[in-house]
Write a protein of this length. Structure first.
Length: 248
């Protein structure tokens, strides 16, 4: 069943009504060709979802009747943020799509020393809009209750300051060893703690960047004996955290 996101002001629970406006109107009417009587899910972008039936399909609005509301526990019990070194080509799109499916709360692109891609302000704004659309599509597909935010590109220093406010900072590093130490670090993470994951670009981290992030509180860990691509590493660690944090 199709899922869409709305703002709180579009929901009138007392009247059992939700009004869809904006680009989703065209998608529902002209792409999906949905008709009155068909049903869909609406998320308020927080913790509640609504099972609805289409009442009217208008030119610039879709009017829905709320059949019932519920508060499912689809989200991970911890907020997890991915600090991703800017990768080449369209790899960022894949990273966003798959990490949103796995439960990421937000993605912060980071301009690191070994990043090949350099975005000027105009390109950055265009990319950011595209990346946010991908996050929204992935959130709809995977039954997320919220749309993860894709933040503007930041420097490593800015990323360290952002992550310094989180409870746990993890930095997978190809030079790190000791799988048992990594297991122990993961075991100590508790549901409810906020977590940051730092992933380097194709060329990896420079030692000065690792030192800066360690000083900010990052725990250097290993993901095993194999070298993972930048688009794989974040997904691998996020999958481990997902299984660790979801107790039921």
């Amino acid at each position: 069943m199709q899922r869409f996101f709305v703002k709180a002001h579009q929901i009138d629970e007392a009247a059992h009504r939700i009004d869809i406006v904006g680009s989703d109107v065209n998608h529902i009417r002209n792409v999906l060709r949905m008709k009155p009587g068909e049903e869909l899910w609406i998320s308020d972008g927080q913790e509640k979802e609504y099972h609805c039936q289409i009442e009217e399909v208008l030119e610039d609005e879709i009017r829905l009747h709320i059949l019932y509301a519920q508060q499912p526990e689809y989200e991970l019990p911890s907020r997890i943020y991915l600090f991703q070194g800017l990768p080449k080509a369209d790899k960022m799109e894949l990273i966003i799509q798959k990490t949103v499916e796995l439960g990421i709360s937000g993605i912060i692109p980071v301009d690191m020393k070994r990043c090949v891609v350099k975005l000027d302000e105009k390109k950055s704004q265009k990319k950011l809009a595209r990346w946010q659309q991908i996050a929204e599509s992935a959130a709809k597909q995977s039954k997320r209750m919220l749309i993860p935010e894709i933040h503007p590109v930041v420097s490593v220093k800015e990323a360290a300051a952002f992550a310094g406010r989180l409870d746990v900072m993890l930095l997978p590093y190809e030079m790190a060893g000791g799988m048992e130490k990594t297991r122990e670090i993961i075991r100590q993470i508790r549901p409810g703690q906020s977590i940051g994951i730092f992933i380097g670009p194709e060329g990896g981290f420079e030692e000065s960047e690792v030192a800066l992030l360690e000083e900010a509180g990052a725990k250097v860990i290993t993901l095993g004996k194999r070298i993972l691509r930048t688009e794989t590493a974040g997904m691998a660690l996020l999958s481990v955290l997902m299984f660790h944090l979801e107790q039921e």
